[in-house]
Design a protein around this ligand. Structure first.
Ligand code: NAG
Ligand code: NAG
Ligand code: NAG
Length: 483
């Protein structure tokens, strides 16, 4: 398994402090004193204590967890996880705590130890981390990352700008980039969206409203069906709003905004009465009201076909498209999965397609016409930089632009490409390598003109370090609104 098709994981060191258990060191006299104080205050019930096997005590609903040779206290609602303690937002994964909302446990599977994989990935033996992304044949390892340092400037109404979302530790930032110079004009923390300290999957972009959308089911509770939420991020203000989707629920396997339908096309996992995954349900969602309208459903023909894990639709919005591997876990059989959403029941059709000569398989997918796509693919020879290719299922891809010094994210996250609604301009977000490697790698935006095939690059200024940030959403060139 080559490095290029690998996939991501999260587990941020930022979480380790939360996982640490409070030592249950309360000595008998301190406990006694505390008990007296509490009794005096008449709050005896709230302070009930339990005695751990090593005679230390945990109080107020805390539980005893083994911590080396002694015991520590784990907060109320938490669980002991070998020598650590997971709080009530985490699950125990063979000694590691996973954020329930954004990750799940992949048990130890050689060569990978037990690990937390993002919910939009599947456990696999490949990759650096053993988490494979069904809708994008690439992603990378999680690493420590620190703050991005961005200037805040003024945005002139009517000037050409690009809005993008970038992840940094525990926050998502909405960044406004000058489409001519690459200068960062504004940088706002997204308020009202919790990334749980993890990287996110890509937000989809709605050009007509200049909004980013993200969908997430509630995994903090085990109750089925899981409520499904639509987050809307206004990149101008950085404000996120959350709505509960009406008419659809459970895990959103894929979603993308369709310009033609002016709606979000959504795929969710279909579950049977016992909560087992048996297929997919497809909807359109009104981005303003969050009301979902069912379009179609499919059932697995034996194995999971991953058809619901799309993040592109055909130009007319009636086909869900997933490029990548048919066999996600084995990372084999490249091509395009096409699922028609225009009949009540549907099934995926797989179009086996080889990577273009001297390239790895297509990593992004932007339909420019019926059955014609623009995709980023990395060269499999030479310096492994990215090219933009035009291709059709079963056909041979052709390079339409070379991105020059352009690479995947050194540690974690995805590369991105976004086509505008007119299908005239495509933007890319990739990483440019600078010495010393990794330390100075930075994000760059590419601007591709579809009719002339001209390509130019914007060096984001100030530098957006690729070792510390990952792209979370990419817009198109728009006129800045007046604020
Ligand atoms: C958890 O603890 C058990 C029993 O002590 C041990 O066998 C196992 O290897 C531990 N797992 C991890 C991931 O530390
Ligand atoms: C949408 O386009 C696809 C080809 O990309 C075509 O097969 C299908 O019939 C079209 N559907 C509608 C409703 O126009
Ligand atoms: C990699 O090769 C391409 C041509 O295939 C070239 O345009 C680009 O500048 C090269 N990048 C580096 C970092 O040398």
């Amino acid at each position: 398994m080559g490095n290029k098709h690998q996939l991501s994981s999260t587990t941020k060191p930022s979480k380790t402090t939360r996982m640490m258990m409070k030592r249950g060191a309360a000595s008998a006299s301190v406990a006694l004193l505390a008990t007296i104080v509490v009794l005096l205050c008449g709050l005896a019930v709230a302070q009930q204590c339990v005695t751990c096997p090593d005679q230390s005590k945990c109080c107020g609903g805390e539980i005893c967890c083994k911590d080396g040779n002694s015991y520590g206290c784990c907060p109320a609602g938490g669980t002991c996880c070998n020598d650590t303690c997971c709080d009530n937002t985490q699950s125990c994964c063979e000694g590691t705590c996973c954020e329930k909302q954004t990750t799940f446990c992949c048990p130890k599977l050689s060569p990978h130890p037990a690990r937390c994989c993002p919910r939009w990935t599947v456990c696999c033996p490949g990759g650096q981390d053993g988490c494979c992304t069904p809708f994008e044949a690439q992603a990378y390892m999680a690493q420590p990352f620190t703050k991005m340092h961005l200037k805040e400037d003024s945005v002139k109404a009517g000037s050409k700008v690009i809005y993008a979302l970038f992840n940094e530790v525990s926050t998502v930032k909405a960044v406004t980039i000058d489409a001519e110079t690459g200068k960062i004009l504004a940088n706002k923390k997204v308020e009202g969206f919790n990334n749980w300290g993890e990287m996110t999957r890509l937000f989809t972009y709605d050009e007509s409203r200049n909004l980013f959308y993200y969908m997430e089911a509630n995994f903090l509770s085990d109750t089925l069906p899981r409520p499904l939420y639509l987050y809307t991020v206004d990149p101008v203000t950085g404000q996120a709003t959350k709505k509960t989707v009406q008419g659809a629920n459970n895990f959103p396997s894929g979603y993308t905004y369709s310009c033609t339908l002016d709606a979000i096309v959504l795929g969710t996992e279909k579950l049977d009465g016992s909560g087992n995954r048996v297929g997919y349900l497809y909807y359109t969602v009104d981005p303003t009201t969050a009301v979902a309208t069912k379009k179609s459903e499919s059932s697995f023909q034996g194995e999971d076909d991953y058809a619901g894990w799309f993040h592109a639709v055909s130009v007319n919005g009636s086909l869900a498209l997933r490029q990548g591997y048919k066999n996600v876990v084995e990372e084999s059989v490249s091509g395009l999965g096409v699922t028609s959403l225009s009949s009540p029941t549907t099934a995926v059709q797989w179009y086996y397609t080889q990577a273009a000569a001297s390239h790895n398989f297509y990593e992004t997918l932007n339909p420019i016409a019926d059955g014609v796509f623009l995709s980023l693919a990395q060269q499999s020879v030479g310096n492994h930089s990215y090219d933009l290719l035009k291709w059709s299922p079963g056909g041979v891809g052709r390079v339409v632009a070379s991105l020059g010094n352009s690479h995947p994210v050194p540690f974690f996250g995805y590369v991105a490409s976004q086509l505008n609604c007119k299908r005239s301009t495509l933007l890319t977000a990739t990483v440019e390598a600078h010495a010393p490697a990794i330390l100075n790698d930075r994000w760059v935006i590419g601007v591709f003109d579809v009719s002339s095939s001209s390509f130019r690059q914007l060096d984001i200024d100030p530098k957006l370090p690729a070792e510390e940030t990952s792209v979370s959403g990419l817009g198109v060139i728009v006129d800045a609104p007046s604020t």
